[in-house]
Design a protein around this ligand. Structure first.
Ligand code: TRP
Ligand code: ZN
Length: 890
């Protein structure tokens, strides 16, 4: 079904539903070709709304029968709605029978087939692809679900809640009946019918109750579920310890599925996961994969309270659950990481993600507030703005009220709203009301502009030390840029965590603001509430450098006005690891930007010296060093310019990396030797930091060797690739070769493929590595096109499609943005091809060119032409049409 011109849904048009559905009794006769769905709904008229027909959502359904209180009734179809004239009674039972064809469902929304099993994905609007329903999150019902199917094909039959009955049926079939006692919106419904095995573990919560945890996977994958189970247990313990939120179900299940549009889904008691976020062994998964599993398992588990017990009134409130739950999973990962420096590494990684994807989104045609005002396809608003910027908004509240105050706010939120479908306003109000004296409560309306205004605020800071008066004056000002659909902006509340670092002593100075009786501490949060504000620090005994936006205390673009000399002071002495890292990044960024106009870069000795100092500093964590020694990405550099020439950005950055490889050659050799892990593999921060730095060092050593014609390091890299005892080291060595040494890369890639041809998640890495290799003479792009025809490639599996298409278009600008427009032709063809199979995935890929206006010529015109060519089609899904048409809007 194509619906390119679907209407715009607006937040201001929200009305409560005309009917409530209180109970759902579903029976499914499961069959991949034709599943019969019998639905019995207990419905009540909503007295708040005028009498009107009952209008139910339905999509790609084959309707067999409709009964109201046992009698047949007249009904009609209007677009994708089933319309039934208002029944006379205020309460009635509606019975519907329809069929669906899971094996034909390539959208992976609704009920679909994957690897012989049947699985559901209902968020946001997939339930309507199973049966007719009021498919909106404010309609919450208690579900009883009976599943019937072939016992050989589907030995495991799962749905939400508790198993209340199971048994045999005729003809080799069996059934299972599930009951979920918690009222829930339809998007949290799930079922699984497949041939699976489970790892099981009992946990006892603090109240003394025992709960069964299960992780279901395909036969043969059980030995890869240990880390996911450990992460799940840790999540249960953490949510109880930090927020007093216990597991509320007798049984909590996770099911891994190969074909999945996103990371995972928090269906009540039955989380469905992309296999990527469940399966891991030392041999097949990298440290980053292990971390990803921990955070996604945590994320979905934490949704049980923030999302499921309290859900969203409408989809405009999506960040109510997603922003809050991302914040919670970030805090979980930090608490799990332990040491202060390991926490800082987590924070830096989160900020990198935000800047890489959310800042560009906020500066382009898809810019939208954390709480959007309008959409055509809600699937398009599962964005980094709603998720990552939403998490930053929650983090700012946490900063403003403190850790304890935030926990109090969460308690009040659950006291008020448990069991309800609510709004972002309700959340902010609860946090503020629990902390009435906080800057948040005092300025709540101002703070809430973070929910309503899109765009990344620009914060600029200028400091002045007055020796005679012993004062340091800091002037802060903010500018809120015009974005798509929002011409007028107001100042926002910006918490600026900061300190002052003595220019000569390197010491953290005591902070005393004008008007304060005494100094208090050397770190504080300045609360900005106006466009421009001045803060005067007194009794400042030494000239100093301001350390601003510590921990990235607000999602803004900071122009700190500092000099290189200032940054070197912060890099060497600041007590805040985030600002230290940021100072190094800014030193590198400044040099890259200066080099862009000419395309040539000559690294200066002070910079090289500072980088060497970082690498050799015995007090710093290896993981931190790795983050600090990698220059800002091409995407981030591009963001800082008005007209992007992706080839120029690539050349300049490559040159910086190459010079760092050459000038620190001995230091890299030292770092490689010093950071070997001799113990057995464990996915813990102490080990992963060493592996990360050793892998970076190896890549640098191979690069420099290739430039000088030396064969020792390439040979060592090949040896390490062959002998590695874990995937992190193996992939690191392979990447060092693929990035620099074509002759050794070819046999290594072949060997890697042969070793892992039966491991889909590892094959994804094989495709991705090649699609992300640094471009030279168009070889990487040519190879990517070639890989489309590889027998292991398919657009039908989202992970595989992403590993090639997204890797190329989003993460390899120099291979994708070509002067001959080949990348854009490739993009347009794949968007159309993918859209016919899976609109959700296609519309995500389509976004690779939504910022074509930001490109320099000749890229801009060529990209525009490609976008226009796709826009001219009349058969686009509403998902993809929305992205494409927005991209062309003025
Ligand atoms: N709610 C899921 C999460 O944890 C997101 C999600 C999973 C999703 N599958 C989806 C969103 C399909 C849209 C479509 O973040
Ligand atoms: Zn989520």
């Amino acid at each position: 079904m194509r619906e390119g011109t679907a209407p715009l849904i607006r937040r201001e048009d929200y009305l409560s539903p005309a009917y409530w559905i209180r109970q759902v009794d579903l029976t499914l006769d499961l069959d991949a070709a034709k599943t019969i769905v019998a639905s019995k709904l207990t419905i009540e008229r909503n007295g708040q709304q005028p009498a009107q027909p009952l209008r139910l959502h339905g999509e790609d359904l084959n309707l067999l029968r409709v009964l109201v209180d046992g009698q047949s009734v007249s009904f009609r179809h209007e677009d994708d709605m089933l319309v039934i004239d208002a029944p006379a009674a205020d309460q009635f039972v509606l019975e519907i029978r329809n069929t669906i064809a899971p094996e034909k469902n390539t959208h992976l929304s609704g009920l679909y087939a994957s690897g012989g099993g049947l699985y559901t994905q209902c968020e946001a609007e997939g339930f309507r692809r199973i049966t007719y329903f009021l498919d909106r999150p404010d309609v919450m019902a208690v579900y009883t679900v009976t599943l019937r199917g072939d016992k050989k094909k589907y030995p495991v039959l799962l749905s939400n809640g508790n198993l209340v009955e199971q048994g045999e049926l005729d003809g080799g079939r069996h059934f299972a009946k599930w009951h979920d006692p918690f009222p829930k919106p339809s998007y949290l419904f799930a079922l699984v019918a497949a041939d699976l095995v489970a790892r099981e573990q009992w946990v006892r919560t603090r109240g003394g109750k025992d709960h069964l945890l299960q992780i279901f996977v395909k036969r043969g994958d059980l030995d890869k579920t240990e880390h996911a189970m450990n992460s799940l247990i840790a999540s249960v313990v953490w949510d109880e310890a930090r927020f007093n939120l216990p597991l509320d179900l007798e049984r909590f299940m996770i099911v891994a599925v190969d074909d999945f549009n996103m990371g995972a889904m928090e269906n009540k008691g039955l989380n469905l996961f992309n296999t990527k976020y469940v399966l891991a062994s030392a041999a097949t998964a990298t440290d980053a994969d292990f971390d990803g599993i921990e955070s996604v398992v945590g994320h979905e588990y934490f949704h049980n309270w923030t999302g499921n017990r309290i859900t969203c009134r409408d989809w405009f409130q999506l960040s109510l659950k997603e922003g809050l739950t991302v914040f919670r999973d970030q805090e979980f990962s930090m608490d799990m990481a332990g040491s202060a420096s390991a926490r800082a590494v987590c924070r830096i990684a989160d900020v990198l993600r935000l800047r890489e994807s959310q800042f560009p989104e906020d500066a382009g045609p898809m810019a939208h507030p954390v709480r959007p005002d309008a959409y055509q396809a809600i699937d398009n608003f599962y964005t980094s703005t709603v998720y990552e910027k939403g998490a930053e908004v929650v983090r700012m509240m946490h900063t403003l009220v403190g850790r304890e105050g935030f926990a109090k706010g969460m308690s009040l939120y659950f006291q008020r709203h448990d069991g309800q479908a609510v709004t972002c306003d309700d959340f902010a109000q609860a946090i503020a009301d629990a902390n009435p004296d906080s800057a948040l409560a005092v300025n709540l309306a101002l703070f809430k502009r973070w929910y309503s205004q899109s765009g990344t605020p620009h914060l600029s800071a200028r400091g002045q030390y007055d020796t005679a008066a012993s004062t340091f004056t800091l002037e802060l000002s903010q500018a809120n840029p015009v974005t798509a659909a929002q011409p007028n902006k107001l100042p926002q509340l910006i918490p600026v965590a900061m300190g002052l670092v003595g220019r000569h002593s390197g010491q953290a100075l005591a902070l005393q603001l004008e008007g304060e009786a005494a100094p208090s501490g050397s770190h504080r949060v300045l609360v900005m509430t106006e466009a421009t504000q001045r803060f005067v620090f007194t009794h400042v005994t030494e000239d100093c450098v301001p350390s601003l936006l510590r921990g990235f205390s607000a999602p803004v673009l900071l122009d700190d006005g500092l000099t290189d000399a200032d940054r070197l002071v912060l890099l060497a002495h600041d007590s805040d690891p985030f600002t230290r890292w940021e100072s190094g990044q800014k030193l590198a960024l400044g040099r890259l930007l200066t080099a862009l106009p000419t395309g040539t870069l000559e690294l200066d000795e002070p910079f090289v010296h500072a980088m060497r100092g970082l690498l050799r500093d015995p007090s710093l964590d290896p993981a931190f060093k790795e983050l600090a020694l990698v220059p800002p990405s091409e995407g981030y550099v591009a963001e800082q310019t008005t007209e992007v020439d992706p080839q120029r950005v690539h050349a300049v950055r490559e040159s910086m990396v190459q010079q760092l490889a050459a000038r620190l050659n001995e230091d890299w050799a030292w770092a490689f030797a010093e950071h070997q892990v001799r113990e057995g593999y464990r996915p813990v921060a102490e080990q992963s930091g060493k592996r990360a730095l050793a892998n970076l060092a190896l890549a640098m050593l191979v690069r420099h060797a290739v430039a000088t014609g030396d064969t020792v390091w390439p040979g060592r890299a090949y040896q390490r690739f062959k002998d590695a005892s874990n995937m992190t080291d193996r992939l690191g060595a392979l990447q060092a070769l693929v990035n620099a040494h074509a002759e050794l890369a070819a046999p290594a890639l072949e060997r890697f493929h042969a070793l892992f041809r039966h491991e889909p998640l590892v094959l994804d890495k094989w495709f991705m590595l090649q699609a992300r290799a640094p471009e030279r003479d168009g070889r990487v792009f040519a190879q990517a096109k070639q890989l489309l025809k590889h027998p292991d490639f398919t657009l039908g599996n989202p992970n595989r499609a992403r590993s090639l298409l997204m890797a190329l278009a989003f993460f390899n600008p120099a291979a994708f943005h070509r002067a001959d427009a080949g990348g854009y032709v490739f993009w347009a063809e794949r968007v159309v091809e993918l859209d016919a199979i899976n609109p959700q995935l296609a519309s995500r890929f389509a976004r690779a060119l939504d910022r074509w206006r930001h490109l320099a010529e000749p890229y801009r015109s060529a990209a525009r032409e490609a976008v226009a060519r796709v826009a001219a089609r009349t058969d686009l899904s509403s998902d993809t049409a929305e992205i494409i048409h927005r991209a062309l809007q003025e």
